[in-house]
Write a protein that binds this ligand. Structure first.
Ligand code: G3P
Length: 215
């Protein structure tokens, strides 16, 4: 399963990339706004220089023509840019056209299996179901991942399932058990993945026992 970081913070991207386990980056307008990147293009160029993998850049237009105009410009920035498009009717129209032009898309704000099926039919490269936001409204987000993976397998769709809105390591492990293609996470969750209290306690004991031998 590929690991992406879900942030527009360049320091976090660098630190995660230094771990050697990062396969890509997802951003969205809220994350870009949080970091105060006024120059979106320059931010994307910097991210592309740090990570050699899929870099999702979201359009802000909500009509097909506007999405196409923005997406074509974003795609010119770097070969690794994946144009992130909202899962609305106008977005699906644009995804189909992007597909015919060879522009990769990440269809975002997916909250149902029917939406995911339409995105695959339109030729999406990635589908982003938001598991955390479904959990927030008492719907099991991971059940949606299970459904989408099953549907895509039934019909051999090539669209990759990117689990988004991940809040904790259990989302990550369940994504892998289900067979999702990608999991995108905030930096905090990536850090949590490697941690275990028994690892820390065990290491401390090994070190103190080793020191006794040196006396
Ligand atoms: O990038 C899309 C998604 O991962 C956002 O997550 O935590 O705002 O629901 P969240």
């Amino acid at each position: 399963m590929k690991i992406f970081i879900d942030t527009a913070n360049l320091n976090e991207i660098k630190e995660a990339a230094d771990m050697g386990l990062l396969d890509g980056v997802t951003t969205n307008p809220s994350l870009v706004s949080k970091e105060g990147h006024k120059d979106f293009r320059s931010m994307l160029e910097k991210i592309c220089a740090i990570v050699d993998g899929d870099i999702s850049a979201e359009v802000v237009a909500v009509d097909c023509e506007g999405i196409l105009k923005e997406g074509r410009e974003l795609a010119k920035i770097h070969k690794n840019i994946v144009v992130k498009v909202p899962l609305i009717k106008e977005g699906l129209k644009a995804v189909k056209i992007f597909h015919s032009e060879g522009i990769k898309t990440n269809v975002t704000l997916c909250f149902s299996a029917s939406q995911a099926l339409l995105a695959a039919k339109a030729g999406a490269y990635l589908i982003s179901p938001f598991v955390g936001r479904l959990d927030d409204i008492s719907q099991n987000g991971m059940e949606l991942i299970q459904q989408i993976v099953q549907i895509y397998q039934n019909y051999d769709y090539e669209t990759q399932v990117l689990v988004a809105s991940v809040r904790h390591p259990i989302h990550f492990v369940e994504s892998a058990l289900i067979g999702a293609d990608v999991c995108t996470m905030p930096f905090k969750v990536i850090e949590q993945l490697a941690k275990h209290p028994l690892t820390d306690i065990g290491l401390e004991k090994f070190m103190s026992d080793w020191k006794k031998l040196q006396k």
